[in-house]
Write a protein that binds this ligand. Structure first.
Ligand code: CTP
Length: 423
């Protein structure tokens, strides 16, 4: 069934025009252009997606350059491996030269050579992601579906294209679960069997690539079913044996979403995910994922704050005491513990820190203290700390209160120095 009408209804006018401009140039060059991958899948499912991926049987970079020269779009980037990005208004379109991939060994990045559309579809992960729609003028809207993606969409199945798929690229293990849970599909029987068999192949994948796939999962609208599923399959445990996605994790993820979004939310999910590991296990996992310094710190702090929770379970603590117990830790780590905390006193203290205590500042600074006759040095530092503590505990409220307190802290010596200094 031709999909031209469906494309016309699904894609915004401006984008259709840009695609037709690209197609026009391709026709003139004797090349064929296809819409491929996730957008074809989502168009058939009726889900919104504006990730325009085009495959060119020809030279994608030259084609993109010619489109840019006619002024229809701007060439944003182009790369050695025959890929280019065009931008028009706020729309972007990725073009790639059709390619053939061969894997020298499991987990290695593939060797890439130019190929046909069919080669390009065959190198992909799942049948539902391995479909294309022709944009060429002589068969505009014709679907290309050599692996039965359409039928798998209808049957709600995630299916790999060949039995070596997970061995070639074990990130597909994580991707399979991501699509399965996002779309409410099931792993086709043989795919499920091979996925389980090939879980050890995750060891062939670099930390950066595994981390990227985990980030994609945690970037989903509701990542908790995928995390639970990964734990059920034993995939998480391959990354860290103690990572089991405990029973409360799903509720904690739901709570996390009410508090923040975007990259911060992903970082918060990571903190919740690792909260049951011990320091050694976490250290190993971070090494495995080649995690950058920032997120590593948030996760380490999550365990450190967790170790302090017993001290925070005390309703008699003064705000300043809460502050000193928490001030050196990443707020994200405190947030993660607040979500996970079972005791209401602990939660209240963590929230007090996050919403109020960490922002408390004194009115007076060092310069103001000098005007009051203090000289710079350790004693002034001590006075500032005392003022800050009094602020935290609500013992001083106004600037005048702070001045009174500061003057009451002045030692006779200090005063004498000042008189002396002025003479
Ligand atoms: N792809 C693949 N194997 C991978 C990564 C990507 O086969 N390890 C292919 C799939 O055909 C996929 C396409 O490249 O559809 C684009 O990849 P990506 O942007 O990650 O996937 P989308 O399908 O666009 O997924 P999403 O909806 O999550 O953006």
């Amino acid at each position: 069934m031709n999909l031209a009408d469906r494309m016309e209804r699904y894609l915004p006018r401006q984008l259709l025009e840009l695609l037709k401009d690209i197609r026009g140039r391709a026709d003139a060059r004797g090349e064929r252009v296809y819409l491929v991958g996730g957008i074809v899948r989502d168009m058939l499912l009726g889900y919104a997606n504006l990730d325009m991926d085009l495959v060119v049987e020809g030279d994608a970079v030259k084609l993109a350059r010619e489109v840019a020269e006619t002024g229809q779009a701007r060439l944003l980037a182009h790369h050695r491996f025959g890929t280019a990005k065009l931008k028009h208004a706020d729309l972007t379109v990725d073009l790639a030269t059709a390619r053939k991939e061969t894997y020298a060994r499991p987990g290695a990045l593939p060797a890439v050579t130019p190929g046909t559309l069919n080669d390009d579809l065959f190198r992909r992960d799942f049948t539902i992601n391995a479909m294309a729609i022709s944009l060429a003028s002589d068969d505009y809207g014709e679907p290309v579906d050599p692996h039965g993606g359409r039928s798998d969409l209808e049957r709600a199945l995630i299916r790999i294209l060949h039995p070596r798929s997970f061995t070639d690229d074990a990130t597909r293990i994580l991707r399979a679960v991501r699509y399965e849970q996002r779309l409410g599909f099931e792993l086709e029987a043989q795919t499920a069997e091979l996925l389980s068999r090939d879980i050890p192949m995750l060891d062939t994948i670099s930390g950066d690539r595994i981390r990227h796939e985990l980030e994609l999962i945690l970037g989903e609208e509701r990542p908790e079913p995928a995390i639970r599923r990964l734990a059920g399959l034993g995939v998480l445990q391959r990354l860290a044996p103690a990572l089991t996605g405990n029973g409360r994790l799903a509720d904690m993820f739901v709570k996390a979403r009410t508090l923040t979004k975007g990259d911060q939310l992903t970082a918060l999910y990571f903190c919740l995910l690792i909260r049951d590991l011990d320091e050694g296990e976490l250290e190993q996992l971070l090494g495995r994922l080649n995690a950058p310094a920032g997120p590593s710190r948030s996760m380490h702090d999550t365990l450190r704050v967790k170790n302090n929770l017993a001290l925070l379970d005390n309703a008699a603590l003064k705000p300043s005491e809460v502050y000193y117990l928490l001030r050196e830790y990443d707020p994200l780590a405190i947030q993660a513990n607040s979500i996970a905390a079972e005791a209401s006193t602990v939660r209240a203290h963590l929230q007090l820190f996050l919403t109020r205590l960490r922002y408390v500042r004194t009115s007076l600074n060092g310069e103001d203290l000098k005007d009051l006759g203090f000289s710079a040095g350790p004693e002034m530092g001590e006075v500032l700390r005392t003022l800050h503590k009094a602020r935290l505990d609500g013992e001083v409220v106004t600037r005048a209160d702070e001045e009174t307190l500061a003057l009451s802290l002045k030692t006779p010596d200090h005063g004498a120095d000042r008189e002396h200094g002025r003479e």
